[in-house]
Design a protein around this ligand. Structure first.
Ligand SMILES: *Cc1c(COP(=O)(O)O)cnc(C)c1O
Length: 419
């Protein structure tokens, strides 16, 4: 279902030859397929059709406005974790009653903005947040709809940085304290309890953690009923894993079957917050080979994108499929593919069997559509890459490559250094 394919050894995105884009706009750049994004969203929706899900795309996976607008146009909602993401969701036309606000550090200002925007609900992370939300709601004469994020205390068997439902995780109400949180929420005048939220981690490649999490959450719903709290929504979060290299994540239908079997009969609306599964394989990062360098121990391929552009390999030890954009019949060698950043963690692959490539050739890093640009930085005072969207035989630059002026535009020289 991914629209990145080789035709006669040349990589295309939908009907556009990627070499052509590189020639016209330079490298590096992120490249997304409209059709893939659209198909992924619709497949997700279709798999869960039976329970009429509310799908709130997780903005942090890729928050380019054009990408967000594709989901908005397709009827999707938004899961936002900051005032910036909330504003963006509203600007691209997501209706407020499809926006959920998560995160463990919402500021008073962000809460006020969200209340005034009449979003659907807050995924509340702590007792203190609940009290602040109540206070701000009171002053705005509103009643905030909330679900409490509970931490089901389970191991989603993913990278430690991607696990969010372990007992020691910073996220959510401790499972054993959740009932107290709900009692508080019930008694706060400007809070309306609407249900329960879980998000146990990301890049989860087995169904077991979802089953365990849902079972725990559903058992809590029974407890809530006993203290007079009705559950209108279960927010299942995101987290479904994708294939980067040789992972075997559950297919959508199996994921849906499990969720549907747990939710059906409860008469509770399901909310989903997929990010990676919609965007991950809808984008690639295209870079150019700058140098080859052979040392006593290694052969390095130095490319023009680095960990500042795409941090997943350095940050999560993530392994991505990498291929030349134009395939030639070259012998394979063992190489490290590295960026230009002054850090030893700046690599995209290590000891990888790879066809011999020379200066000027293009490489594609696959699976870069989610947590790619959204995690990019200006480290080493580098301009972040351009972003391009392909649809059919056309491509559109949806974010210009940064310039030196962009890098310095918010800097200020103090008077003492002006003379
Ligand atoms: C990051 C996040 C998501 C999206 O996770 P994916 O693994 O990209 O699907 C959903 N919900 C919450 C609360 C998140 O923090």
């Amino acid at each position: 279902m991914h629209d990145f394919n080789y035709v006669n050894g040349k990589l295309y995105c939908e009907e556009v030859r990627i070499e052509k884009i590189a020639m016209e706009i330079g490298t590096p750049f992120y490249l997304y397929s409209y059709q893939t994004i659209f198909n992924h969203y619709n497949a997700f929706k279709k798999a869960l059709k039976e329970i009429d899900p509310l799908i709130c795309y997780a903005y942090k996976a890729n928050s380019n406005s054009a990408i967000c607008k594709i989901f908005a146009r397709a009827g999707g909602g938004a899961e936002v974790v900051s005032g910036g993401e909330l504003r963006q969701a509203l600007e691209v036309g997501v209706s407020p009653e499809k926006i959920v606000f998560s995160g463990n550090g919402k500021t008073e200002k962000e809460i006020g903005f969200a209340l005034k925007s009449n979003i659907l609900m807050f995924d509340v992370d702590s007792e203190m947040e609940l009290r602040l939300l109540n206070k701000v709601s009171h002053s705005l004469k509103k009643r905030a709809k909330v679900v409490l994020r509970v931490n089901p205390d389970l191991n989603p068997q993913t990278h430690p940085y991607l696990a969010t439902g372990l007992k020691e995780s910073k996220f959510g109400f401790d499972f054993n304290q959740a009932l107290d949180g709900y009692k508080l929420a019930r008694d706060l005048e400007n809070i309306k309890v609407a249900g329960i939220h879980m998000h146990i981690g990301s890049q989860i490649t087995s169904l077991k953690p979802f089953v365990e999490g849902l079972d725990k959450v559903i058992s809590l719903i029974g407890e809530l009923k006993k203290i007079g709290i009705a559950t209108e929504y279960i927010n299942v979060g995101g987290g479904l894993g994708i294939v980067y290299l040789d992972e075997e994540p559950p297919c959508l239908d199996n994921y849906a079957r499990v969720v549907i079997s747990k939710l059906s009969g409860l008469n509770i609306k399901g909310i989903f917050e997929p990010g990676r599964v919609l965007m991950g394989n809808a984008g690639i990062l295209v870079s150019k080979v700058l140098y080859r360098k052979e040392t006593a121990k290694k052969t390095f391929i130095v490319v023009d994108s680095g960990m500042n552009d795409f941090v997943r390999p350095a940050f999560y030890q993530a392994k991505h499929r990498i291929e030349p954009v134009v395939k030639k019949e070259e012998k394979e060698e063992v190489v490290d593919i590295v960026g230009p950043i002054c850090e030893s963690a700046d690599f995209f692959a290590r000891d990888k069997k790879f066809p011999r490539v020379e200066t000027g050739e293009l490489l594609s890093i696959f699976g870069a559509g989610a947590y790619g640009f959204s995690m990019a930085s200006n480290y080493n005072f580098r301009c972040r890459p351009a972003e391009v969207l392909v649809s059919g035989e056309n491509y559109f630059v949806i974010r210009q490559r940064e310039t030196y002026e962009d890098l310095i535009k918010n800097e200020k020289m103090p008077d003492i250094l002006e003379t």
